[in-house]
Design a protein around this ligand. Structure first.
Ligand SMILES: NC(=O)c1ccc[n+]([C@@H]2O[C@H](COP(=O)([O-])OP(=O)(O)OC[C@H]3O[C@@H](n4cnc5c(N)ncnc54)[C@H](O)[C@@H]3O)[C@@H](O)[C@H]2O)c1
Length: 308
């Protein structure tokens, strides 16, 4: 099969491409390299087509979609913090960019879109946890809002044009290639600080909790969703919550170091607690996250030590 992967030079996109190549697929990668990196795709760059440019550019996206059978949409502005400071920019990439892609796809012969949304930022602060797909979406950041709006557009393209889709709502993804200097991905950021012997910065009292899911489990669910006949929304998390103080303890064990902590005020837009019920993905897609947090952090640390 020939797939377009938008955001393919990014952290998650590059793992997805790697798995799709291992399964003998042909890949077009569309990316503007704003946060994505050539090093992420260096290992297999000669085996894929790269379209460099902006997801908001209609002509470029129409060309990228030509001849592909289906599309994985991952290109996005992913920083919650940046979205609170530049909501218009966030909406432009995450909403306008998504609509531009959906338009190009529905005018092409491509059959289906798998859209990587967010489970960490779409539900806000639900009364009942873990959040299931039936939990009312109530995002508290422009990033959560823009990812949700793109979901609604995708459903509209299905209702009106019959464009098939699946939506994946991942929890907090971590793993090799996540940028330690980026604004998202606390595990990578902490590992980067530890490697340089710097203290880690904790926003709030350290009791905020998240559901950390390994990147290869996410590329796996994206492919399972693509191969499924079901057209639906799937949470992708472990169903386990880990707070920042517990996370630091695991990181101390893995890196065999003592981590210095600095506490700052909580940031606007950050939820306090979120973890996801992914039983629907288990039942309908036969997907279960298979990487335990300590093992995943250990793989990430190994990658970090080898590459930095
Ligand atoms: N990392 C997480 O914890 C997490 C959690 C839930 C959902 N997601 C979603 O997963 C997807 C991938 O995120 P990631 O963590 O790999 O981030 P990333 O920043 O590494 O990947 C995003 C990619 O999109 C590209 N991109 C950004 N703006 C673009 C534009 N205007 N035109 C073309 N390309 C553009 C970037 O260069 C980058 O390669 C995103 O849609 C994100 O919302 C991520």
């Amino acid at each position: 099969m020939k797939y377009l992967v938008t955001g393919g030079a990014g952290f998650v996109g590059s793992h997805l491409i790697e798995q799709l190549l291992a399964e003998e697929n042909e890949i077009v990668c569309l990316d503007d390299f704003s946060t994505g990196k050539r090093t992420n795709i260096a290992k297999f760059a000669d085996r894929i087509s790269i379209v460099e440019g902006d997801i908001r550019n209609p002509q470029l996206v129409r060309n990228a979609v030509k001849g592909v059978e289906s599309v994985f949409h991952l290109a996005a502005q992913i920083s919650v913090n940046r979205s609170t400071k530049e909501p218009l920019f966030d909406a432009s990439v995450n909403i306008e960019g998504a609509i531009n892609l959906f338009e190009a796809v529905r005018q092409s012969s491509a059959k289906k879109i798998v859209y990587v949304s967010t489970g960490g930022a779409i539900y806000g602060e639900p009364d009942v946890l873990p959040a299931s797909e039936d939990t009312i979406e109530d995002p508290i950041s422009p990033y959560g809002i823009s990812k949700l709006v793109a979901e609604k557009y995708l459903k509209w393209f299905y209702d009106v044009y019959g464009l098939s889709y699946s939506i994946i709502r991942p929890a907090n993804i971590y793993g090799p290639r996540q940028d330690p200097l980026g604004e998202a991905g606390v595990i990578s950021i902490f590992l980067g600080r530890i490697k340089d012997n710097n203290p880690v910065e904790i926003f709030g009292d350290g009791r905020d909790s998240r559901d950390y899911v390994y990147v290869k489990d996410i590329s796996n669910i994206c492919i399972k969703a693509m191969n499924s006949n079901k057209k639906d929304i799937y949470n992708a998390g472990t169903g386990k919550q880990t707070n920042l103080l517990e996370l630091v303890e695991i990181i101390e064990r893995v890196t065999k170091s003592h981590v210095k902590k600095e506490f700052s005020s909580p940031r606007p837009g950050d939820v306090k607690h979120i973890y996801l019920d992914a039983s629907k993905a288990r039942e309908e897609l036969n997907w279960v996250p298979s990487t335990d947090l300590e093992l995943g952090i250990s793989n990430t640390w190994k990658w970090y030590e080898e590459t930095h």
